[in-house]
Design a protein around this ligand. Structure first.
Ligand code: ATP
Length: 310
């Protein structure tokens, strides 16, 4: 990462990806405030970079560059800083400090777990910087303390998440899927969407159906079946807070997408295309409709947090 702060060689850099939920089943809120989830995550090729370098013990700073950088807290509220501090706390509170730089491309508060991805990146990068050799399962358990999506953002690929979405099992997925993302002008607060979900679903089930249609389509590498099986229980809540989401989803379907879904708690919408050429056509046409801030073509699955070695 080109940094205004120091020579390149001082930095450990990690690449992290955004995610789309191919299935997101949500149950009734538990007394502890969490909603049980049964979700299938897929990492997609929209990447942030997290760079870290040594700082004096106890000092943690962050600067954020790139799209929407101004929407991200550049202080101790930043999830990547929380991640670095958590790791330092575990291994020696008085030994470690770090300067962090985050290059953002994943939409902020867009339902693609960008903050969780940055936390995952900071955990891996600091573990390498400080020479801790933290085993992957330990990094994942630190990640779960920072947020339910952090363990998946460390792992990447395609996975079934249960519990709060942090109990992960890899899912077999054949082939590459071509997605078109419609990015929104506005952020959408995940807690607000869950709150509306509770209002709309007073009888939400305690036990959730497993998203078997989605998993079968992934095993078969069948994009058409996957498009038909995409499901998000949060979509009605997100659309009731942002009615334009229904118009964007309809537009993508009318333009020939195999499937259309709100990503996580939104407002990013994801459209599945049959192949790369269809994704190019869809993205051009969707852009010209002028319904969203920007359109991006991505593929999945891709890896989760990975060191950048060049
Ligand atoms: P989630 O569904 O996990 O809440 P999201 O993908 O919809 O998240 P994020 O981009 O993770 O959204 O941002 C959620 C909020 O977290 C933002 O409003 C932002 O202020 C805050 N935040 C803290 N740290 C970060 C970070 N490193 N990157 C992005 N947002 C961050």
């Amino acid at each position: 990462m080109a940094s205004p702060l120091a020579p390149e060689a001082d930095w450990v850099r990690v690449r992290v990806s955004g995610k789309v939920n191919l299935a997101l089943r949500v149950g009734a809120v538990r007394p502890n405030g969490y909603h049980p989830l049964a979700t299938v995550f897929q990492s997609v090729s929209l990447f942030d970079e997290v760079g870290v370098r040594w700082a004096e013990p106890g000092r943690f700073t962050v600067s954020v560059v790139g799209e929407q950088a101004g929407l991200v807290p550049a202080d101790g509220r930043n999830l990547a800083v929380k991640a670095a501090k958590l790791l330092a706390q575990q291994y020696g509170p008085h030994r470690f400090g770090a300067d962090l730089v985050i290059r953002k491309t994943i939409p902020v508060a867009g339902g693609m777990a960008g903050g969780s991805a940055n936390a995952a990146g900071a955990l891996l990068a600091c573990s390498v910087l400080w020479d801790l050799d933290t085993p992957p399962d330990e990094l994942r358990s630190f990640g779960a303390r920072l947020g339910a999506d952090v363990p998946f953002q460390l792992m990447g690929g395609t996975a079934l998440g249960t519990g709060r979405g942090d109990e992960l099992v890899p899912v077999l997925s054949r082939g590459t899927y071509h997605w078109v993302l419609a990015l929104s002008d506005d952020e959408l607060s995940t807690p607000a969407v869950f709150g509306r979900f509770d209002e709309l679903n007073p009888d939400a089930p305690a036990d959730l159906p497993m998203p078997t249609d989605v998993m079968n389509a992934l095993v078969a590498g069948d994009a058409a079946a996957l498009g038909a099986a995409l499901v998000n229980d949060l979509a009605p809540a997100a659309a009731s807070l942002r009615p334009e989401l229904s118009r964007i989803l309809d537009a993508g379907r009318d333009l020939g997408a195999l499937g259309a879904i709100v990503s996580g708690a939104g407002p990013t919408c994801a459209f599945l295309a049959a192949n790369e050429a269809a994704a190019v056509d869809l993205s051009v046409q969707l852009s010209s409709e002028g319904l969203c801030r920007a359109v991006r073509r991505v593929t999945g699955p891709v890896p989760g947090a990975r060191l950048i070695t060049t």
